[in-house]
Ligand binder design. Structure first.
Ligand code: S3P
Length: 176
């Protein structure tokens, strides 16, 4: 059974929170969510942090949070905001925290999951939602790949099956 922390990365809507919850139940360890920790600390929604303080401020909070998490000795599953791997300095910090999994979902799946979303400022902008997701995915993919140790697909499968695949892949990586 996987014994290291599992760090879930992936685009908005890739299922990090849902799969994090599933892993937490299967392993009996708590799940932490970087967006949630930042919202609690700032006492403001992500939309408000972006609107009032700006995206660079939010990104600084993300980096500081990774540094703080590196001091923790307890075990957890970590679900990270979709933009976390973009900053170069965050990528080694993520790896220091545990096994970094990239949850991969197709453009069709992401669009379906995000169509009604109002909580993610980076989905607003020029063009259709599909164009926006596609452009951001293309831009971000090299950074996601650089941060990730393992890639797990999360498209048509149940959360329980995806979580089992992650646990098997992490156990294998630990044994290698
Ligand atoms: C962001 C993803 C969000 C949140 C913020 C920025 C991004 O997290 O951190 O809206 O730039 O991809 P989720 O991936 O949990 O939606």
């Amino acid at each position: 059974m996987a014994s290291e922390n599992i760090i879930l990365t992936g685009f908005m809507g890739s299922g990090k929170s849902r799969i994090g919850q599933e892993l937490s139940e299967k392993l009996g360890v708590p799940v932490l969510d970087t967006d949630q920790l930042i919202v609690e600390k700032e006492g403001m929604s992500i939309n408000d942090i972006f609107a009032r303080r700006g995206q660079p401020y939010f990104r600084d909070l993300e980096t500081q949070l990774l540094r703080d998490l590196a001091e923790r000795k307890d075990r957890y599953i970590l679900s990270v905001g979709g933009g976390m791997p973009l900053r170069e300095e965050n990528r080694p910090l993520l790896k220091k925290l545990g096994r970094v999994i990239y949850l991969s979902s197709s453009l069709d799946t992401l669009e379906k999951r995000l169509i009604k979303d109002k909580s993610r400022p980076n989905l607003r902008g020029e063009g259709s939602l599909r164009e926006r997701i596609s452009a951001l995915l293309e831009e971000r993919m090299p950074m996601y790949m650089d941060a990730a140790e393992l890639i797990i697909e999360n498209d048509q499968k149940s959360a329980s099956i995806v979580a089992d695949e992650i646990l098997a892949a992490v156990s294998q990586a630990e044994a290698d």
